[in-house]
Design a protein around this ligand. Structure first.
Ligand SMILES: Nc1ncnc2c1ncn2[C@@H]1O[C@H](COP(=O)(O)OP(=O)(O)OP(=O)(O)O)[C@@H](O)[C@H]1O
Ligand SMILES: [Mg+2]
Length: 143
């Protein structure tokens, strides 16, 4: 398992990290973003989208999942409202059919992802010592 830790000092830097990682991804890759409300998961995903030629990624909270056409399509899932719900609701998103040709980013989806892929990238975002600081841990994981 590969692991990296980065200290991030602003939302702009978080977008830059997202773009940096996004530029290394290929179709079929899946990222699980972990971190409390407001940690910066969507901010990271906005930068990742930019690396794929996608502008304006916003929180999909009210629709659970959004698909953005790009160099490689980006599937952005916010599973927050599915926590504690039946897994069948997650299956309704039909991610299996989209993952192979897309880059998939899932917020709050740690409990569901093992059903979907053999390996994925897990990114943990923790609040730091001031309002704008975050510690980001990037791990390549076998499911
Ligand atoms: N270093 C930082 N990295 C990311 N966001 C930051 C940072 N510093 C401040 N922010 C601010 O924190 C907020 C992060 O919000 P964002 O929607 O990205 O969080 P989230 O983890 O997706 O939350 P949710 O769980 O509600 O979806 C934004 O308002 C952003 O501007
Ligand atoms: Mg979010």
């Amino acid at each position: 398992m590969s692991s990296k830790v980065r200290t991030i000092n602003s939302a702009a830097q978080m977008e830059k990290l997202g773009a940096e990682i996004g530029s290394t991804l290929k179709a079929g890759d899946l990222i699980v973003l972990r971190g409390e409300l407001g940690a910066g998961k969507t901010t990271f995903t906005r930068g990742l989208g930019r690396a794929l030629g996608i502008e304006g990624v916003t929180s999909p909270t009210f629709v659970i999942s959004k698909i953005y056409p790009g160099r490689i399509p980006l599937v952005h899932v916010d599973a927050y409202r599915l926590i504690g719900n039946e897994l069948a609701l997650f299956d309704d998103l039909d991610l299996e059919s989209r993952i192979p040709q897309s880059i998939t980013v899932i917020e709050w989806g740690g409990d569901f992802v093992k059903r979907l892929v053999d390996s994925y990238i897990s990114i943990d975002i923790e609040f730091g010592v001031n309002e704008d600081e975050r510690t980001v841990r990037i791990n390549g994981l076998e499911a």
